[in-house]
Design a protein around this ligand. Structure first.
Ligand SMILES: [Mg+2]
Length: 208
């Protein structure tokens, strides 16, 4: 039995693919304009990665020029999502379970908050933290440590639930916190995790 759980947002509570075409319209248009400096293949891969990872990491991975990186960041910084959104069907099993919940998500502050509003999940959480590389160098690991500190939790009191072995899962592991990897497409069979499942609702049995 855990005292609290920490959830990721993108691809954990809702699928980014469900909003990507509307959301990234203007960003993808901008990426297409980088054809002068990047190959078509690179642009295609960068677009796909944007559905899974923070923009800054994608820009670095695909060697965007400093100018291109900044232009993309400027577009994303002002972006909000204002169309209806839905959580994964199974998320209700998590939200309906009475345990203290924290939301920790990486991305642009305005955009992440707009998604939280559209999903109508704000009241599910005791605290919500947006890790925004444009605003602060703090990482998910820093925020997890702060949550433990502020609430007097030990690592064993917590479970971190997310979809990315390199992000929240890694941060939690480094702090000795148990992890639940939600891996609906079995993309990460070799990830180092405490628990892993294709079904989000399986997390309930782990923390309750
Ligand atoms: Mg995620």
């Amino acid at each position: 039995m855990k005292k609290a759980i920490i959830l990721d947002l993108d691809n954990t509570i809702y699928p980014v693919s469900s909003i990507a075409s509307d959301l990234f319209d203007c960003v993808f248009e901008f990426l297409d304009s980088l054809a002068v400096e990047l190959s078509a293949e690179t642009i295609h891969m960068a677009k796909e990665e944007m559905k899974r990872r923070p923009y800054q990491q994608v820009a670095d991975q695909y060697n965007f020029s400093e100018t291109a990186k900044n232009t993309g960041a400027a577009i994303l910084k002002n972006l909000e999502y204002d169309l209806p959104m839905q959580t994964y069907e199974e998320y209700k099993h998590i939200s309906n379970t009475p345990i203290i919940k924290f939301l920790v998500t990486t991305g642009f502050t305005k955009l992440q908050w707009s998604k939280i509003k559209q999903l109508d999940i704000e009241r599910d959480f005791k605290d919500i933290y947006i890790v925004d590389p444009e605003v602060s160098p703090a990482t998910k690991k820093d925020i997890f440590a702060m949550i433990m500190n502020n609430n007097h939790y030990q690592p064993e009191d917590l479970l971190v639930i997310g979809d990315d072995p390199e992000s929240e899962i890694k941060a939690a592991t480094l702090l000795g916190i148990d992890t639940f990897l939600f891996d609906p497409d079995s993309r990460h069979p070799h990830a180092i995790v405490t628990h892993s499942s294709k079904n989000l609702k399986d997390a309930v049995a782990v923390f309750s």
